[in-house]
Write a protein that binds this ligand. Structure first.
Ligand code: NAD
Length: 490
């Protein structure tokens, strides 16, 4: 167990504050290491470094930037097992899921490396003769990336890879629950040949260093993934107007009476209890056709009771711990609220009495759409079952929340599937698959309270980190006036 530094101007250095904070393994509450509690002076140093890094990096041709991103992808692959174990120890997700988290980073760096040879603009005809029209992309400058703990390698990688390929430099502020993952990621960048100053890591508390970042006038863009509450605070208080927000979800799975029930069962267990329910795309509402309610509930409870909780590094574990004690209190609060509002607790509902932040996988039935457990993001292993008469009612319930990230329908009827795709208010809809499973070459993001319209990953991922310039080239040799000089057809 050691003390880990910030990474500024290509060097690992301690904070000017001379203060550190611990990172804790949520499976056994042991300290994994101590990290820098950064302050404004550290941020000023990081900004200075990032500006120097920006001038250099923006001048590197994009395909060459891509070469370094590809190196990062390769190094991540070589270090996959080691990083996955660190990730499980620090964040708690079971080792197979941690491998998925790291694999996502490997994939996105590879994908964005290729973007270095695309970064497409458009060409289009002019309304005037001998005039050429196109768009090109420009970098933004220094991008501050503020990230959560639940995908501590994958989410920073989506943002960093896209920001870098577009020619920006980066100040990376990870969650103070997972600074070790961030540190290890940055070490890989250093090894891969990212020049000093291009990526800078500063660790510390959101309310302190996070707030300094958002107020800083030299930062051109902020990309934030996290809770809705903090996202709204950033939107209101940040100096730059260029803010990308990826916020929470209250994601539904609809199960129709024509669905393959065993397939739906797998999807609900995975969506509801995978990552201990701590995914922005977790399935926290299951909307079931009344004809199959009893059969599905019985099967679901039986399967849920068999789930094995424990340290995710151990073989055979299905569900890891919650991230921290505060998460246990939050889940407890919603379990009490569900009971008070009249939902029926089918199983779970208690913290496990041992070291670590473990909570029983919990299912409520007879949930009504207005109840808090059906409206608010719990971010824990709690599934609310809601009964409906038909698909219209199911879709109405899907759309009755403030969020709109992921969604799913299980049905064998193509008409039901297409209706759900068309009518559900969400950034993502799965058919006959759970609410989880994004791939890096497709856009990721939500509607309504889940964000502000940006998409990460895939071919739209670069929009968040580049500015479009429209270019007109007139080669007629005379002054041509758009909308005023009307071209004659002769
Ligand atoms: P959080 O909002 O508490 O923290 C996110 C980040 O913001 C952390 O780095 C934190 O230190 C920082 N922060 C906190 N206060 C700040 C402030 N005042 N100014 C600047 N930065 C500040 O979220 P979390 O608990 O880390 O993550 C869980 C949330 O993230 C859930 O709501 C989940 O749905 C959401 N999430 C969304 C997506 C998505 O893509 N839509 C993906 C993963 C997680």
């Amino acid at each position: 167990m050691g003390i880990y530094n910030n990474y500024i101007d290509g060097k690992f250095i301690s904070s000017e504050s001379k203060k550190t904070f611990p990172s804790i393994n949520p499976s056994n509450e042991k300290v994994l290491g101590y990290f820098q509690e950064s302050n404004k002076k550290d941020l000023d140093n990081a900004v200075k470094s990032a500006w120097k890094g920006y001038k250099l990096w923006n001048n590197v041709p994009a395909p060459k930037r891509g070469d370094i991103l590809l190196n990062i992808s390769k190094l991540l692959k070589e270090n996959k097992e080691r990083l996955s174990k660190i990730l499980t120890m620090e964040m708690g997700k079971i080792i197979s899921e941690a491998r998925g988290d790291v694999q996502e980073a490997i994939d996105v760096f590879e994908y964005m490396a290729g973007e270095g040879r695309r970064l497409f603009g458009i060409t289009t005809p002019s309304e005037l003769r001998e005039k050429f029209c196109m768009t090109t992309r420009r970098s933004l400058g220094i991008c501050a990336l503020i990230t959560p703990w639940n995908f501590p390698i994958a989410i920073p990688s989506w943002k960093i890879s896209a920001a870098l390929i577009c020619g920006n430099s980066v100040i990376f502020k990870p969650s103070s629950d997972t600074p070790l993952c961030a540190y290890e990621l940055v070490k890989i960048f250093d090894e891969a040949g990212i020049p000093g100053g291009v990526v800078n890591l500063i660790t510390g508390k959101g309310e302190e260093i996070g707030n300094e970042i958002i107020k800083n006038k030299n930062i051109s863009a902020i990309s934030f993934t996290g809770s809705r509450e903090v996202g709204e605070h950033i939107l209101k208080n940040s100096y730059t107007h260029r803010v990308g927000l990826e916020l929470g979800g209250k994601n539904p799975i609809i199960i129709m009476d024509d669905a393959n029930l065993d397939l739906a069962l797998d999807g609900v267990i995975w969506g509801g209890f995978g990552t201990t329910g701590q995914r922005c795309t977790a399935a926290s509402r299951v909307i079931i056709h009344k004809n199959i309610k009893k059969e599905f509930e019985d099967k679901l409870v039986k399967r849920t009771k068999k789930l094995r909780l424990g340290d995710g590094l151990k073989e055979g574990i299905d569900v890891g711990p919650l991230i921290a004690e505060r998460a246990i209190s939050k889940v407890d609060f919603y379990v009490s609220s569900g009971k008070k509002e009249g939902a029926h607790l089918l199983c779970g509902g208690k913290k496990i009495n041992k070291k670590g932040f473990f909570y029983e996988p919990t299912i409520f039935s007879n949930v009504k759409k207005e109840m808090r457990i059906a409206q608010e993001e719990i971010f824990g292993p709690v599934i609310s079952l809601i009964n409906v008469k038909n698909l219209d009612e199911a879709i109405d319930i899907c759309n009755s929340v403030e969020y709109g990230l992921s969604s799913s329908i299980y049905t064998e009827n193509i008409k039901n599937a297409f209706k759900a795709i068309e009518k559900i208010e969400a950034g993502i809809t799965y058919v006959n698959s759970s609410t989880i499973g994004s791939e890096v070459h497709l856009p990721f993001g939500g509607v309504k309270g889940t964000g502000n319209g940006i998409r990460e990953g895939g071919f739209l991922g670069i929009d968040e980190f580049s500015e479009i310039k429209t270019v007109y080239i007139d080669y007629s040799g005379k002054l041509q006036k758009a909308q005023i000089d009307l071209v004659r057809i002769k």
